[in-house]
Design a protein around this ligand. Structure first.
Ligand code: CP
Length: 321
């Protein structure tokens, strides 16, 4: 694996989960694999879990980790080519990326959808610039359209808790005060479909995701029907994808909040959310705190997914110093 940006990059999911569970069991078995290697974590957007779990994963493998918050202390970066740079951005990304590549061996990048151009977001312009110009393996720490480290952790968590080979997993939209990207639901659908689970996606009309990510999942507009018999409920908000509504909030309808009454319709389902979660918007306090809630083990597995990915990258790449 050269780069990690989507489910295809990890290959066979059964093998990937097996490797991840081995990492979980013996986290320090490979603690010299990353000796003299440095990971640079670049954040264009805020983070708690990704920032900490990816650093911890790198440290477990013997790597050093450097964190750069682009909007705090670094030069503001111009991203458009051809712009006359007479504004407030003194550095161009086309110099900044190769320079950052000089200082590290692996680059992690977080850059959310900007909702300014659907084409630019869905072509992953910024992530692809890092892949093209850094000269180093690039790990997506959530890009415009996908959050693969989160989805890998979600898959590991489901594999640890499932009671049947092919569980029924329901991804439900839930209300939120701000317009959020589709990266988590896109990626979750992509990984659940690749794992061969029985995936149902439920949301109000107008919140249809990109069909390329929905794949063979069933779309059910009646949230209660979608909850019936589910083994896992995965809650997430996202802004509209389709047409002129791209990036817009169409609803804040709190009748879509996940509560105990809806959870009672399920097959005693586990509750999942990638965090951070807005309590009593996305899900009620009692659902998040219930014995069926996996939000903390799911977050803990972010170290495991990151370490499994970095281990593969360290094992499969040759560095020319
Ligand atoms: N789930 C997740 O990616 O959390 P952070 O945004 O805090 O990194």
């Amino acid at each position: 694996m050269k780069h990690f940006t989507c489910v295809e990059d990890i290959g066979d999911l059964k093998i990937a989960v097996k490797e991840a569970l081995e990492v979980k069991k013996t986290p320090f078995k490979w603690d010299t694999l990353g000796k003299n290697k440095t990971m640079l974590l670049i954040f264009f957007d805020s983070s708690l879990r990704t920032r900490l779990s990816t650093q911890r994963a790198a440290l477990n493998l013997g790597m050093s980790a450097i964190v750069l918050d682009v909007n705090q202390g670094a030069w503001k970066l111009e991203t458009e080519r051809g712009v006359i740079m007479d504004g407030d951005k003194p550095e161009h990304i086309l110099e900044a990326i190769p320079v950052m590549g000089c200082y590290c061996d692996v680059i992690g990048v977080r850059s959310f959808a900007r909702f300014e151009s659907k084409a630019a977001d869905y072509q992953e312009v910024l992530l692809n610039q890092f892949i093209k110009y850094s000269g180093k393996p690039v790990v997506s720490m959530e890009a415009a359209t996908r959050h693969p480290l989160q989805s890998f952790a979600d898959l590991i968590t489901i594999e640890e808790h499932k009671k049947v080979e092919r569980p029924r997993v329901t991804l439900t939209w839930a209300p939120h005060p701000r317009a959020l990207p589709q990266a988590v639901p896109n990626s979750f659908a992509e990984w659940m479909n690749a794992a061969g689970y029985d995936l149902v996606i439920t949301h109000p009309e107008g919140y249809e995701l990109d069909p390329a990510f929905v794949g063979k999942a069933k779309v059910e507009y009646d949230q209660r029907k979608a909850f019936a018999g589910a083994d896992f409920i995965y809650a997430k908000n996202w802004a509209a994808y389709a047409g002129d509504s791209y990036g817009k909030i169409l609803s804040k309808d709190r009748s879509w909040t996940v509560d105990a009454e809806k959870m009672a319709l399920t097959n005693n389902a586990c509750f999942m959310h990638c965090l951070p979660v807005r309590r009593n918007m996305i899900a009620t306090d009692d659902v998040i705190e219930s014995p069926q809630s996996l939000v903390i083990p799911e977050a803990a597995n972010r170290v495991i997914s990151a370490q499994a990915v970095l281990k593969r990258i360290l094992e499969e790449n040759v560095w020319h110093i």
